[in-house]
Write a protein that binds this ligand. Sequence first.
Ligand code: GLU
Length: 353
Amino acid sequence: MGGGETAKTRIRRLGAFIAVVAVLVVLLLLWQTLRRRSADAVSTAGSDRTTGDLAFVSIGTGAVTGVYYQVGGAIMKLVNAKQAEYSLNVTFKATEGSVYNIDAVLNGDLDFGVVQSDRQYQAYNGLSEWAERGMQMELRAVCSFYPEAVTLVAGADTDIRALENLKGKRVGIGDPESGLRGNALDVLSTFGMDWQTDIQAQGMEILQSIKALQDGQIDAFFYTVGHPAVVITEATSGTRKARFVPITGMDNLIRTSPYYAAAKIPVKLYPKVENTEDVPTIGVMTTLVTSTRVPDQVVYCIAKEIFQSLPEFKAMHPAFADMVPQEMVRHGLSAPLHVGAQRYFREAGLLTD
Ligand code: GLU
């Protein structure tokens, strides 16, 4: 009997042993599964961190149908296509224009701004809008792009054929934060007109100006832009016919300013406009600015990509077609070059000094 009990006890012990082993095997499998899952989680976190390593870079432009917006789009497209090389994520936004962009770059809201060369000069030297604040020493130039023409568009049903006819008229002179307002005021004062008393000045932004011209609420408006520009096509092809008004008699302004040059608006770019001959006016350059606060490596990469991919850049808008690298590193730049841009230009042989 006792031997039988021993056999039973042995069988029970064996059963218990097998059960314990089974539980251990299950626990081991469970532990391995959990380990694999947590390893996966760690590698996902790793790739999140890689995304986190991207530096975000913002560019201020102008109205969505202007040409600055196209500059921002071109830089974004080219630089973001090489994210593996540059680790940059570029975004751009529509703004009121040059004055807004410079101030936003200076106060850190934006990293880069597309701005008129005259505004770059004024901000760095503490003139015009910056007269009270003084020299904006942190402003830095990157490069210039293409010429912009001061463009005066009038309803074809008005008698505005020359600057003198603006007297008493309702004229859009641009948003206070746009670049062009300064150009409108320079043209008027050079012509001997007081913008506050001789015309009915309307300080509206460009998209409103086009609508106001078409609706008959204004007689004319100023805009400084590269050609061709969709904004100007819109303004000259609505139901109200429009004409460009020549801006002449500016020789003294051109001679005494470091940024104005004679320019022409080619009428063939605007088939619906009333003019049949190219229109004389004055112009400035479109430039890219940043601040000393933006890291050298970021500015280096942006400059490198603009210049290395210049053929693709130029193909993105007809206003970009004539850009020449040697001029882009010199022309229209009055703030010092950012050291990151300087490093790339030296490397590329565009700067030798
Ligand atoms: N030159 C204009 C300005 O600074 C903007 C032109 C554009 O958006 O193309 O106000």
